[in-house]
Design a protein around this ligand. Structure first.
Ligand code: CNA
Length: 252
């Protein structure tokens, strides 16, 4: 089993997604008066006005959130050795907070648990960057004096190498869960092309219809389950007879 996940699995933790009503895109447009969210998350804007990005990081304050039932569902299936890998677009770090080993996660869009200087590519102490975020300051690189940031991928930056080296694992899966993502951001969305549609089942769980799978065709091995992911994942756990063990283990 592999997971492909997005911001929708963290909304019940209190972190807004991008594209839903009252999502981050709307906040950005209203609060920071930028034309498009893509511009907002671009490398040139960060370089010229890093304080805007710092301001958003302070607003989001990922450190204060707890993993959701869906995060623990992934951890549970990994611990059972049914699942091998999680491809996440999320930068909130809730996968690791849920106890999932970093080796089993591909942080396609980076993570807020680490920090770096995007100019000279050196790693910097994440706590120093977080300290600056909380104090409305910008942390500058001790080597090249460029602005440092949390290690999240901006538009125009490369995805981490392990995105490309691990994408082929999707070809080997019996089942791929795609949960809480609009599947609109590339190249992440195109990961689905790696899935062997003859061999593998694809189960998409989302509030609204997403993905271009042939859901109506019984032979297509694809299933769309509409609704809130925590509720759906809970029914899967109950149907599999795992709920008692799961809820005890994670105190849910
Ligand atoms: P998105 O485009 O905002 O899509 C989220 C999807 O999840 C939408 O289709 C929603 O309908 C759906 N959804 C929302 N809540 C639920 C729920 N409870 N149950 C089921 N479905 C739900 O977000 P994507 O992840 O697809 O887009 C990729 C962006 C979002 C990445 O670059 C991320 O870095 C970025 N992002 C991350 C976070 C985070 O780390 N938590 C938050 C916001 C944005």
């Amino acid at each position: 089993i592999a997971f492909m996940i997005g911001a929708g699995i963290s909304t019940s933790a209190g972190i807004p997604d991008f594209r839903s009503e009252n999502g981050i895109y709307q906040t950005i447009k209203e609060k920071f008066k930028v034309n498009s969210p893509e511009d907002f998350f671009s490398k040139p804007l960060f370089k010229s006005k890093p304080e805007i990005f710092y301001n958003l990081c302070k607003l989001m304050n990922f450190d204060s959130f707890k993993p959701t039932l869906t995060h623990y569902f992934m951890k549970y299936l990994l611990d059972k050795n049914y699942a091998q890998i999680v491809f996440t677009q999320n930068i909130d770090g809730l996968e690791t907070k849920a106890g999932i080993n970093k080796d089993n996660i591909v942080f396609a869009h980076g993570t807020s648990n680490e920090a770096h200087c995007p100019q000279c590519n050196c790693d910097v102490d994440v706590n120093e960057v977080k300290h600056c975020i909380n104090n409305d300051e910008v942390k500058y690189c001790p080597n090249c004096k460029g602005p440092c940031k949390l290690k999240v991928v901006l538009y125009g930056e490369n995805l981490p190498d392990n995105f490309y080296t691990n994408m082929f694992m999707l070809n080997e899966c019996d089942l791929v869960f795609i949960i809480g993502t609009s599947l609109r951001v590339e190249p992440f969305a195109s990961l689905t092309e790696q899935i062997d549609k003859h061999k593998s089942w694809v189960v998409v769980i989302n509030k609204e219809l997403v993905g271009n799978f042939d859901y109506k065709n019984n032979l297509s091995h694809s299933l769309f389950i509409q609704g809130l992911c925590d509720e759906i994942v809970k029914s899967i756990l109950i149907d599999c007879g795992w709920w008692d063990e799961f809820s005890l283990k994670y105190q849910i």
